[in-house]
Design a protein around this ligand. Structure first.
Ligand code: FES
Length: 132
């Protein structure tokens, strides 16, 4: 599913964000495991990734209805919006859960960073994997 991008003007890109890619080939088609970029406050991490050619799975289109955009926040959790209950419920469905797990589409940049986001190598759609 493709995500609709907002037409609203963007905040200046002043927040340093690093993406660490466990499987760069599948996410970008390249070999770079580390991508450094600048993002604006108010952007969520899924948008930041997609705008910079990092194709994180986002089966529900970024509306907190799957867990395919699961990432780890290795640094800078305090620079992101706090996780709400619905995000916590969703992220618990993701495989290889860590204390630093977040959904990229629900993690909005609010602070000055720096933010380090690790993108796991697996991509699977938890929507299809309801418990029996
Ligand atoms: S894209 Fe579905 S929860 Fe983030």
């Amino acid at each position: 599913m493709h995500r609709k991008h907002s037409d609203e003007p963007k905040a200046p890109a002043v927040v340093p964000v690093t993406f660490l890619l466990q499987d760069p080939q599948s996410l970008t088609g390249g070999d770079a495991r580390e991508i450094h970029l600048m993002a604006g406050k108010g952007q969520d991490l899924l948008d930041v990734a997609m705008e910079n050619g990092i194709n994180i799975e986002h089966a529900c289109g970024g509306v907190c209805a799957c867990s395919t955009c699961h990432v780890y926040i290795n640094e800078g959790m305090k620079s992101l919006s706090e996780a709400q209950d619905d995000e916590m419920d969703r992220v618990e469905e993701a495989p290889a859960l860590r204390r630093t797990s977040r959904l990229a589409c629900q993690s909005v940049i609010q602070g000055a960073g720096p933010i380090v986001v690790e993108v796991p190598s697996w991509n699977r759609n938890a929507v299809k994997e309801k418990p029996h």
